[in-house]
Design a protein around this ligand. Sequence first.
Ligand SMILES: NC(=O)c1ccc[n+]([C@@H]2O[C@H](COP(=O)([O-])OP(=O)(O)OC[C@H]3O[C@@H](n4cnc5c(N)ncnc54)[C@H](OP(=O)(O)O)[C@@H]3O)[C@@H](O)[C@H]2O)c1
Length: 310
Amino acid sequence: VSAAILDGKAVASRRLERLAADAASFTGRAGRPPGLAVVLVGEDPASHVYVRNKGRAAEAAGFRSEIVRLPEDASRERVLGEIERLAGDRGIDGMLVQLPLPAGLDPVEVQRAVPPDKDVDGFHPVNAGKLLLGDDDGLAPCTPRGVMALLEEAGTDLSGAEAVIVGRSNIVGKPVSLMLLRRHATVTLCHSRTRDLAAVTRRAEILVAAVGVPGLLRRQHVKPGAVVIDVGISRITEQARAEELLAGQPRRLERFLRKGHTLVGDVHFGEAMEVAAAVTPVPGGIGPLTVAMLLDNTLLAAERALARGR
Ligand SMILES: NC(=O)c1ccc[n+]([C@@H]2O[C@H](COP(=O)([O-])OP(=O)(O)OC[C@H]3O[C@@H](n4cnc5c(N)ncnc54)[C@H](OP(=O)(O)O)[C@@H]3O)[C@@H](O)[C@H]2O)c1
């Protein structure tokens, strides 16, 4: 009666093992490790955790990791100056600027300052354009690549399948829809103006949620036998909410009652497990794969730089 759990953590750790071997091979050939730089501006606590995790994962896989921490009040010139320095550093193959940026810095301007061939987040308009055109020599965004990797691991047949994505952001929903389209799925993209969301999502053989509204998708949104990928991550602290959204997961509810907070996705996990064929957990689903894909993009950029003779 219960769906399979798509264990993103296990898939990510297998990928990271393979990446470490590939990075070692690169280091042997290039005489230097692949290098990843992260620019972090300000004090956002979640960003600090994300950046630390990226740095640790990079080092564990044998990459060089550089974290540039700038103060909350760093000027536009200072931030752009650091990006320019990293752009010119031959030991750095991939770089990203962690979002959100403090007010006063324009994230669009800052992200466009990253050269496309080092843009391992895949957010630069050149890389977004290449994804749209189906041109494989760009760098594609990490979370959408993680979604595709998990679908591949699950052995999901994408060609001709009904795929519904909820959320149309530039960093998740839109790129996921392009990647699924490329693999010949029939793609529907939903958002906050979608009329009768459940009627649309119930058609989905592959349902991807990237909204940021805890437990938005319930039993009635899921087609029996669907593969459900939950990208959303929200922190909840309210007990009534936790009791509702963690129904069917007694161990997690117990932990919530001890700690007073927990992370949940956009999908009601317990309800989806009753109808779907496979569901990603949150946490432990797409999150870990995002970091693996960041390193994968960095190694890809490094191999391209080496092939160009740098
Ligand atoms: N696992 C990871 O590594 C990872 C990476 C990135 C993001 N995330 C998580 O994924 C979630 C989405 O992130 P994002 O950056 O894509 O978010 P976003 O930029 O806020 O976009 C949210 C999207 O959801 C749509 N939406 C909002 N309420 C809706 C509703 N009631 N019904 C249908 N659609 C609705 C919005 O529609 P409109 O366009 O009409 O406003 C928008 O397109 C967040 O929880 C985020 O934390 C996780």
